[in-house]
Design a protein around this ligand. Sequence first.
Ligand SMILES: [Zn+2]
Length: 181
Amino acid sequence: MHKDYTDETPTSTPPACAACGESSLTQIKIKQQFPYGTEGQQVLLSVEVPAWHCSSCDFEFTDGEAEELRHEAICRHLGLLSPREIREIRSSYRMTQSDFAEETGFGEASIKRWELGLNLQNKSADKYLRLLREKRTPENTAPIAQKRSLLNQKRSNKFRTNLPASAYFAASIFELRLGHA
Ligand SMILES: [Zn+2]
């Protein structure tokens, strides 16, 4: 099977306003904040995303690209590679998803879900992918030990916060479909 291994850029051109149906849309950048995590351990993540503004009715809405950027913010927060980075790693080896599955031992379905942002890879898979990215050899593994101590520092400063009601309101403006909690 000969599949393309290059990146697919998600298209983001809604034909019409989601509220009034007019095609008077311009793209703008907005800052979004959204809570992430289970109750009692939520953090507020910030991300700048492209959004559409309708000059007919003043409605603003985001699309799939914003969704991807919010997902990336979650990955950064969790210290995991983003779907985009995983695609890049695989592409750098010039492999299809099925070739990559065969070479790494990951399930092809898992690779697909990671690249689509449907599932988050676990820590060990994430580390394996990072090693593949850095093409590490035994001669240059020293930086890994440094990274580990950095990681442990990060872990000990667990970020927990009580969110003000306004934050929940701001987040509820946007339709979030994040099912990774
Ligand atoms: Zn409109």
